[in-house]
Design a protein around this ligand. Structure first.
Ligand code: CMP
Length: 143
């Protein structure tokens, strides 16, 4: 079954949005198979956001994502990668539709509350960067 990596960013943790965000994914019917509160090291930030390393905002992005705890999760379900991205809304909160997480809670593109993998390849990479195999729980969930 498909898995994706979702992370409540430091602004979302500070604003007490972990519960709200977990609730949305649970209510949708996805299965939580991994989660942890953690502080991202500079090394992990560079690896995670490596594709943006030449962008002008890269320094600020690394500084922000390492500035305080994030809540990292792995969610499982049919088409969870695309659906999670739809639930998050556009990267730029001003373009995110109300009802989406960024549309409801985000203000700036830098502090946009949540991150989610954008493809099967990035989900595999990001889950592997943030979680070891034994931290991913395999279980049956009743519908
Ligand atoms: P995320 O989905 O975590 O992936 C890359 C992040 O870069 C993105 O969310 C934004 O938070 C951030 N980002 C994208 N564009 C900008 C920008 N113009 N200025 C600052 N941060 C940006």
């Amino acid at each position: 079954m498909e898995k994706t990596f979702v992370m409540v960013k430091p602004d979302g943790v500070q604003r007490n949005l972990i519960g709200e965000i977990v609730k949305r994914f649970e209510s949708k019917g996805f299965k939580l198979v991994g989660s942890k509160l953690m502080i991202i090291s500079d090394d992990l930030a560079y690896n995670h956001y490596g594709e943006h390393k030449d962008k002008p905002f890269f320094g600020g992005l690394v500084e922000f994502i390492t500035s305080g705890p994030v809540f990292a999760m792995v969610w499982e379900g049919e088409d969870v990668i695309t659906t999670a991205r739809d639930m998050m809304g556009a990267t730029k909160p001003s373009e995110a539709i109300p009802g989406t997480i960024r549309g409801d809670f985000g203000i700036t593109v830098g502090k946009n509350v949540i991150h989610g993998s954008d493809s099967i390849e990035s989900a595999d990479k990001e889950i592997g960067l943030f979680f070891s195999e034994h931290e991913i729980v395999s279980y049956t969930k009743q519908d």
